[in-house]
Design a protein around this ligand. Sequence first.
Ligand SMILES: [Zn+2]
Length: 298
Amino acid sequence: MIEVFQQHSTFWISTMVILSALVGSFLNVVIYRLPEMMKRQWRCECTEFLELDETAQMIKDKQRFNLSFPVSHCPHCKSSIKPWFNLPVIGYLLIKGKCVNCKQPISPRYPIIEFFTAALGGVIAWYFGVSLDAILLLGFLWALISLTMIDADEKLLPDSITLPLLWVGLLIHINSSWLSSDLLTQITLTESLLGAAAGYMSLWSITFLFKVIRGKEGMGAGDFKLFAVFGAWFGIKALIPIILLSSAVGAVVGITILIIQKKSIDKTTLPFGPYLCGAALLYVFFAADIQNLLFPQL
Ligand SMILES: [Zn+2]
């Protein structure tokens, strides 16, 4: 199978595009249900800890709800969606963006996420070729898309995504002979460990100082863990480029949103995760160029 992929790069890329589209469809479920699962659990834990009486909300929270149950259904009329209409992007086009049963429009965000996941998956397969690096970075991409959307929606970066991503980032650098790309082989295990520690500690310290001076939280612990992930995957030297890129993009987007919504900066908390993820993805493709630009070799 690997030989077939190596001989026919278009077959490799198209397989990864289709795989990414199918994963994108699953990511839609993760993005919507994972924060809801976390909130239900928190509410149950709070009620138990405070020894409160069971409320209607708590009875609802205890009902079965996970990534596979209940099956996908229309948010308006609750009728279940036929498997063939669940096909990424195509399913949405077949039903012309409307529920087959009640004709209410279904958000175009689902096919957009599927399309975006498939397109970026194809770019990774093309850029890194048939390699373990490509497989690892596809997993990295899928995790980052979920984190971006969950943080944008709910201002949450779930540990159940960031922590496994951190461990994988450290483990892949144990033996660089498994890998082939400059992006990953040039990082030693020491640089990866230092990257993870420095990533976490740097944002933690900034937030701590911010809290002392301004008396409020500037960033969440999820951001520290996410930054540690990038240090683990791409080494300590990737941290400065990624934070500079994300701050630049974040400032532009943040100011634009504030101007459009006409809210003051104190009343609006902007999630930082999406910018960190965007910057990390740019780094995946342009690491060498970005490094040369920031730290020119004399
Ligand atoms: Zn419906």
